[in-house]
Design a protein around this ligand. Structure first.
Ligand SMILES: *[C@@H]1O[C@H](CO)[C@@H](O)[C@H](O)[C@H]1NC(C)=O
Ligand SMILES: *[C@@H]1O[C@H](CO)[C@@H](O)[C@H](O)[C@H]1NC(C)=O
Length: 256
């Protein structure tokens, strides 16, 4: 390993979720962590938790995932993790906007909120990260200059009765990810998309679904954020002769 410290930037972190689990998993590989999220207080608590476990983590709260917010938060990230001591080598866009309503109940404001967080945010995030990757040295083990993954969901590939605001945004982000994979593969930048086809066991989803019975104990019926993080680390470490663009993950008993 070179003396330059690698940094993972994660957008979209929530207690017990994929963002935090991925951050912890990359920290074990020697990465410093830049954590972007809304909700400054919760984010600070997650920063403290990761630091208490011996990791180098910094919280970067944002008011929204608009392109303006993303561009200004990256200024702060560069100030905290300056080149050449640090290099952003991995990035996860996990911010999402969950909205399930019948089409005729969806307002233009709902539509724009989903578009902003999911499509505009991921576009702006990639525009910050990819120029940095292009300047990175190629890693000798993986053959890559950088790795960026976008977290999608079932609605990234399938519409349903209440997904007319969420699905257009999620399909849009998936299309962005595929376009970038093709354009930047030749620069040895690995772009991936994950379809998370099931509900993740987090405090947030447990309260949203009113603590479904057996949920915590039964790993057959929901996903663990730590197991998703393992898959993300696996993708990040794939050697350049066999890269995955898209991976789908679902619990064993998911009806799909
Ligand atoms: C991270 O991605 C998962 C899977 O799509 C999603 O359920 C979760 O809400 C996202 N986290 C945030 C903070 O948006
Ligand atoms: C699609 O919507 C129906 C009705 O709300 C629901 O029962 C079903 O589980 C949904 N399918 C998926 C794949 O989310």
């Amino acid at each position: 390993m070179s003396a330059i410290r690698p940094v993972l930037v994660v957008a979209g972190v929530r207690a017990g979720g994929t963002g935090v689990a991925t951050a912890a998993a990359f920290a074990r590989k020697g990465y410093s962590l830049a954590l972007i999220s809304r909700g400054a207080e919760d984010l600070k608590a997650l920063e403290e938790e990761l630091k208490a476990a011996g990791n180098d983590a910094t919280a970067f709260p944002v008011p929204s995932y608009s392109a303006t917010s993303i561009s200004s938060v990256f200024q702060s990230i560069h100030a905290r993790y300056p080149s050449p001591q640090y290099a952003i080598r991995a990035a996860l866009y996990n911010a999402s906007h969950s909205i399930r309503k019948p089409f005729l109940d969806i307002t233009l404001a709902d539509f724009h909120a989903a578009q902003e967080t999911i499509v505009e945010g991921s576009f702006a995030f990639a525009q910050e990260v990819i120029p940095i990757f292009k300047r990175n040295e190629i890693d000798v083990d993986t053959g890559k200059r950088g790795f960026i993954i976008f977290t999608g969901s079932t609605t990234s590939i399938r519409g349903n009765t209440t997904t007319s605001a969420a699905a257009p945004a999620k399909w849009g982000m998936r299309a962005l990810s595929q376009s970038l994979a093709k354009e930047f593969g030749p620069y040895n930048i690995h772009v991936a998309h994950a379809v998370i086809d099931g509900v993740i066991n987090t405090p947030f989803s447990r309260s949203r679904f009113h603590d479904p019975p057996n949920w915590v104990e039964n790993e057959d019926i929901r996903l663990n954020a730590e197991d998703i993080a393992k898959a993300y680390v696996y993708l990040a470490e794939q050697p350049r002769s066999a890269w995955t663009w898209e991976l789908d993950l679902r619990p064993a008993h998911e009806k799909w």
